[in-house]
Ligand binder design. Structure first.
Ligand code: ARG
Length: 465
C-alpha cells in the first residue's frame, strides 16, 4: 500500500509496524473536529490566495460531504492510513480527486492534531461545566427539602456534632463550584489556536493564522510555533481538574455507600440506581457509587500517564505525543458519565430522616453543647471540657447518654448547671444555635441555599454558548 508520505521510501512498513503505529482506532473520535479545522484552513488558503478560489470551493464541498457521512457513521477508516488526518485526506482525494491533495498546503499533522484536540476539549469542558451546574442544582433541590433534617456530623468517622443534612449537601455544592471555576478558567488556555505553526517552524506560505483562529472561534493564537505544536499542558490541566472533581465525587460516593449500609441506614438508593446479588437474595448494592469511586483511579492514572509521557520529550513534536489521546477521551467519558449518574442518584435518593435524627439522640455529639453551656456561664472552656468529659465517662459506664443524667448529678459536677441545660443539649437546639457565618444553624442554611442559588444562576448566565 503506497503511503501518503511514501515518496522517499523504497519499501513499505511491515503490517504489524503499521498496526502498532496507527492511532485511527481511537483518534477517529476527532473526526468532526478534524473536518472543522480543515474547513477553516482551506477557507484561509483560498482567501490568502495560496490556492485558487475554485479549488478551495471544491475542497470545502468535499469536506462537507465527508462531514455528512461522518455524522451518519458512514466513513470507513483504515489502519493503512495511520490516523484520522491521513484517513480523511485519503477519503477527500477519493471524493474530489487530486485537488484534495492541496488541503495539506501550509499545514502539518502536528499543528492539525493539536488544533483538533483544542477544539475537542473546548466542547467537552463546556459540556462538563454544564453537567456540574445541573448537579449543583440537584444538590440545592435536595438541600431545600432537608434544612431541618438533622444527623450526626463526623470527624475521624466518630460522631462529633449534630448538623443539618442540607448543610452537608451544600458542602459538595461549594466543592463543585471550585471544580467548575477551574474548568472554566482553563478555557483561556484551551481556546487558543496552534494552526499555522506547521510542523514546528511556521511556513513560507503567506498564511493568516488570525483568520483560521477567528473562523474556529479561538480567542487567540500560540505565540511560538514550537510551543504551539508541542504543548499538551492544556490536556494535563484538564486531567488534573478532572482528577480533583473525581476526588470530590469519590468522597461523596464513600459517604453514600456508608449511609446506605445496614449500620447507618441514613439513606436508601432508588432501585433504578442499585443492583442485586446473583447469590444473596437480600442484597441491594450501591454499585454506581462504588464504580464512580473506582473510576477515580483511572482518571488519576490518565493524569500521571500523560505527565510521564511528556517529561522527557525534546521540542517539538514526538510520536510519543500520540499517547495523549486515549487518556483524554477516557477521562471525558468517565467524568461526563459519572456526573450524569450522580445527578440521577441524588435526585431519586430517599432520605431516612427518622434514622438520622435518632442517631443524634443516641450519641455524645451534644457534649460540646454542654461544655459551651458552662463556658457561657463563666467557667474557662478548658475546665468545662474536663467536667463534661467526666460526665461522658459516667454515662458510658452506666450505658446511658447525657440527656439521661439527673439534674442532681449535673449539679454535683458543677454548681453552674441549672435545669435549662436539658434544652441546651437537645440536638435540634444544638444545630439551630450554630448561626456563625458558614455554620449549620437552620437560618444560616436557608441563607446559604439562597446564596448557592444566586451563584448558580449567575454562572449559568455567563457560560459560553
Ligand atoms: N497521529 C499523530 C498524533 O496523534 C498525528 C501527528 C503525527 N505527526 C507526525 N509527524 N508523525 O500524534
Amino acid at each position: 500500500m503506497k503511503k501518503l508520505w511514501g515518496g522517499r521510501f523504497q519499501k513499505t512498513p511491515e503490517k504489524w509496524v503499521d498496526e502498532f503505529g496507527a492511532s485511527i482506532s481511537f483518534d477517529k473520535e476527532l473526526v468532526l473536529e478534524d473536518i472543522q479545522g480543515s474547513l477553516a484552513h482551506v477557507s484561509m488558503l483560498g482567501q490568502c490566495g495560496i490556492i485558487e478560489p475554485i479549488e478551495a470551493q471544491q475542497i470545502k464541498e468535499g469536506l462537507q460531504t465527508l462531514k455528512e457521512k461522518a455524522e451518519n457513521d458512514d466513513l470507513v477508516f483504515s489502519v493503512d492510513y495511520e490516523d484520522i488526518h491521513l484517513n480523511l485526506e485519503k477519503l477527500l482525494i477519493d471524493e474530489i480527486g487530486p485537488v484534495g491533495g492541496k488541503l495539506h498546503t501550509a499545514r502539518s499533522r502536528n499543528d492539525q492534531v493539536a488544533a483538533d484536540m483544542h477544539l475537542y476539549l473546548r466542547n467537552h469542558v463546556n459540556e462538563i461545566s454544564q453537567l456540574i451546574s445541573a448537579f449543583q442544582q440537584t444538590l440545592i433541590n435536595k438541600a431545600k427539602d432537608n434544612v431541618e433534617t438533622i444527623l450526626p456530623g463526623y470527624t475521624h468517622l466518630q460522631r462529633a456534632q449534630p448538623i443539618s443534612f442540607a448543610h452537608h449537601l451544600l458542602a459538595y455544592f461549594w466543592m463543585l463550584e471550585r471544580d467548575k471555576q477551574r474548568f472554566e478558567e482553563s478555557l483561556k488556555r484551551v481556546n487558543i489556536s496552534p494552526l499555522g505553526c506547521g510542523a514546528l517552524a511556521g511556513t513560507t506560505f503567506p498564511i493568516d493564522r488570525h483568520l483560521t483562529a477567528e473562523l474556529l472561534e479561538f480567542d487567540g493564537i500560540y505565540e511560538n510555533s514550537l510551543d504551539g505544536v508541542s504543548d499538551r499542558d492544556f490536556i494535563v490541566e484538564f486531567l488534573s481538574n478532572s482528577s480533583l472533581l473525581m476526588m470530590h465525587l469519590s468522597r461523596f460516593c464513600e459517604e453514600l455507600i456508608l449511609w446506605c449500609s445496614q449500620e447507618f441506614q441514613f439513606v436508601e438508593l432508588d432501585d433504578t440506581y442499585a443492583t442485586g446479588s446473583s447469590m444473596m437474595p437480600q442484597k441491594k448494592n450501591p454499585d454506581m457509587a462504588e464504580l464512580i469511586r473506582g473510576k477515580t483511579g483511572r482518571v488519576y492514572g490518565n493524569l500521571f500517564s500523560l505527565l510521564t509521557t511528556l517529561k522527557g520529550l525534546p521540542l517539538a513534536y514526538n510520536k510519543d505525543m500520540q499517547e495523549d489521546k486515549e487518556g483524554m477521551f477516557d477521562t471525558v467519558r468517565t467524568v461526563e458519565g459519572s456526573l450524569q449518574i450522580f445527578i440521577g442518584m441524588i435526585e431519586t435518593l430517599k432520605v431516612k430522616e427518622d434514622n438520622m435524627k435518632k442517631a443524634t439522640t443516641e450519641d455524645f455529639s451534644n457534649a460540646t453543647e454542654l461544655a459551651d453551656y458552662l463556658a457561657k456561664k463563666g467557667m474557662p472552656f478548658r475546665e468545662a471540657h474536663e467536667v463534661v468529659g467526666k460526665l461522658v465517662f459516667t454515662c458510658i459506664q452506666k450505658d446511658i447518654y447525657l440527656k439521661d443524667l439527673s439534674l442532681a448529678e449535673y449539679q454535683a459536677a458543677s454548681s453552674l448547671f441549672t435545669s435549662d441545660l436539658f434544652e441546651a443539649i437537645d440536638p435540634y437546639t444544638a444545630v439551630a444555635k450554630r448561626i456563625s457565618d458558614g455554620g449549620t444553624g437552620f437560618t444560616k442554611v436557608k441563607e446559604a441555599i439562597e446564596k448557592a442559588e444566586k451563584t448558580l444562576i449567575k454562572n449559568i448566565q455567563v457560560l459560553p454558548s
